[in-house]
Design a protein around this ligand. Sequence first.
Ligand SMILES: Cc1cc2nc3c(=O)[nH]c(=O)nc-3n(C[C@H](O)[C@H](O)[C@H](O)COP(=O)(O)OP(=O)(O)OC[C@H]3O[C@@H](n4cnc5c(N)ncnc54)[C@H](O)[C@@H]3O)c2cc1C
Length: 415
Amino acid sequence: MSLGRRLDFDVVIIGGGMVGLCVAALLELNEQLVGWRIAVVEPSAPRPPADDSVDLRVSALSRASQRVLGAAGAWAAIAPHACPYERMVVWDAASTHDARDALRFDAAETGEPDLGHIAENLRVQWALAEAPALRGITQLRDRLEGLEFGHDSAKLMLGGGRSVTAGLVVGADGGQSRTRELCGIGRAGWAYGQTAVVAHLRTERPHAHTAWQRFLPDGPIAFLPLRDGRVSLVWTTTPEAAATLIEAEPAEFNRQVTEASGRVLGGAVLDSGRAGYPLALWHAREYVRPRLALVGDAAHTIHPLAGQGVNLGFLDAASLVEVLADAAGSGDDPVGNRALRRYARWRRAENAVLLGTTDTLNRLFGERSVGVAAARRLGLALVSSQPAVRRALVRRALGLAGDLPAIVSIPGSPQ
Ligand SMILES: Cc1cc2nc3c(=O)[nH]c(=O)nc-3n(C[C@H](O)[C@H](O)[C@H](O)COP(=O)(O)OP(=O)(O)OC[C@H]3O[C@@H](n4cnc5c(N)ncnc54)[C@H](O)[C@@H]3O)c2cc1C
């Protein structure tokens, strides 16, 4: 049941990116929240992806994300265009991809059909925007510019000069979140002084449905398999080297990428545009305030080396909706402080584990001292030789470890 007719909306979500739209769809479909009036504030209309090309921005989606997107009614439109990957190979620059100390994860070893899917961000966003659940949701093509909180409602000032009221504001407006800024919520973290260069490549040998990642002193270089046979390059390096790579003549770019990859798939040839993304770790000091919750990159940004950013965001989305629905089901105020604090405790702790682990990996592999490099290779060889440890890491990569929302831990369960 709606929170009250005097409000324009029960929930207003700021940001119609992958995570914001996912929150909207899950809210709309939840049986405990029937009748809620939901709006999404997003300045740009979602762009339909082209069927004959693969957009430059892709993400490795975990099994957990697949289940969340399934529950949101979007996975069926994503799956035919996504590339499942069955193996993951990780190795140190001082070693080779087939050495004893290379880390190899195989889906078959854990009884899973694959370890995840590589999907275009644009495709995921479009599938969510086109999902039947979104039809009941108001789309405000606008931008949040101001926020005021009262005792039991929030007033949102939008760019076009209009304002709307809501029972709950969900900030899903990305790493530079205006919502977070307007609420004066600080964040802990730092810029990495690294930039990720992305491009699509053709390679001499097939990608074999494997995600390849070689750790170099300046950051990892990854080849992610695409459905059309190409690979998506994500090469983390210094901002200076990234700028040079983006400007380099294609022949020089190809030479550098091929060499940096250790020729794991033979020669690599540029087959797309190129872009660079500065990397940072940020964690919001608070996820909630009365009448406010932050989700996705608005709450946390993470190094892409473990491919976890949006996967964490989808778990935020599912957890937030579960907490609101549980409160509604038990007769509590669904957008009250108790429910919001439960969401914050839950997701902040889970996300902190991944943020910390990814940061440690980035530092460990960036360490150039001979002693640390030797210990690192020994550690990799040890992990590589322990099937139980490998299986535990695979469950983490699948997003199936930790305290999970019900739609992930019990796939197919009603929300
Ligand atoms: C190189 C690279 C590789 C990555 N690879 C992976 C990967 O393999 N796997 C993975 O899980 N993650 C990956 N990520 C992370 C992933 O891209 C992000 O976590 C994800 O895009 C965040 O989604 P979001 O919806 O939270 O935010 P965004 O995608 O940033 O969306 C925010 C939305 O809010 C809107 N907005 C902004 N300001 C306002 C405002 N004032 N009012 C209204 N709307 C507003 C914007 O227009 C935008 O649509 C990678 C990131 C990088 C940089």
